[in-house]
Ligand binder design. Structure first.
Ligand SMILES: [Zn+2]
Length: 288
């Protein structure tokens, strides 16, 4: 049987389990989108699906451990908190999964998983000090410093860096957090509102509307670019990186923003877009 590694990406809308080979390629993937009803009980639904998927993959591949990445603060296999998943507070997910699957399980923050994957298999191997940001529903991120990922809590909360005094209220209790301006969701919501589009529109259709209406959303785009530049400048001055990597949902819209962000950024730090896209979470979790 082929030796592979298994990685799990546990998100707020779906859970994916992938078998990853030595080159960092997903060769088989099992995935479940939650129904509206299931979203009220994500952790139990996801744990049951992971258990089923592990049994299925075991029929085909040789492994006795797996890794799991998810949003939030994770310590020693316990979810301390996870803003987008109900009930995810002091939840012993590692212990529960180990009991259910008879495997050894490693659990880590999903942005850390994505950074590990990009660092090992992506195009950022030659840099030492990297700010890695995932611009998605919120902003996740972390810092690679001297080639090592900084796992301290303060380096995992980059999305809650305050970029505007007395700015928009954030879920975390502060005002003016970077994620209230720079997440790709903020941009998408403003566009959908401007163009009178339904909020549940899929990505490809939204991008087609953007292409056809670029003149109508020019100011939204400009504002988004300026806010990203503002946030990045603050992070650059704090951490002095030699590279910034932007990933998450942003990677599907980078063609709208990237050149302008790079041009307007006064600090001369190169910006790259994450290469592995949505696969990074699974690939990173598989090598925890
Ligand atoms: Zn915040």
């Amino acid at each position: 049987m082929e030796k592979i590694r298994i990685g799990v990406d546990l998100g707020g809308s779906h859970v994916s389990i992938g078998a990853v080979n030595n080159q960092g390629t997903i060769i088989k993937q099992l995935e479940k989108d939650y129904t509206i009803e299931e979203k009220k009980d994500i952790l139990n639904v996801a744990i049951n699906y992971i258990t089923y998927a592990i049994i299925e993959l075991k029929k085909e591949f040789d492994f006795n451990s797996f890794g799991l990445g998810m949003a939030g603060i994770i310590k020693n296999g316990i979810i301390m908190r996870s803003p987008n998943i109900d009930g995810a507070k002091n939840f012993e997910i590692k212990k529960i999964l180990e009991e259910k699957t008879n495997m050894s399980v490693n659990v880590e923050n999903d942005a850390i998983c994505a950074a590990i994957a990009e660092y090992k298999f992506g195009h950022i191997k030659d840099y030492n000090n990297i700010i890695f940001l995932t611009l998605g529903t919120g902003i996740g991120g972390n810092i690679i410093y001297n080639g090592k990922i900084r796992e301290e809590e303060e380096y995992q909360e980059l999305g809650h860096t305050i970029i505007k005094e007395n700015g928009i209220k954030c879920k975390c209790g502060q005002n003016g957090c970077f994620e209230r301006y720079g997440s790709i969701l903020v941009f998408k919501k403003k566009v959908m509102e401007r163009l009178n589009l339904p909020q549940n529109l899929d990505g490809p259709t939204l991008r087609e509307h953007i292409r056809l209406n670029e003149d109508k959303i020019e100011d939204i785009k400009e504002e988004y670019i300026n806010d990203i530049v503002l946030g990045l400048s603050i992070l650059i001055n704090r951490f002095n990186p030699d590279l910034i990597v932007l990933g998450g949902g942003f990677a599907r819209y980078d063609y709208l923003f990237l050149d302008k962000i790079q041009n307007r950024l006064k600090e001369n730090v190169p910006i790259k877009v994450a290469e592995l896209g949505n696969d990074a979470g699974i690939i990173g979790a598989s090598i925890l």
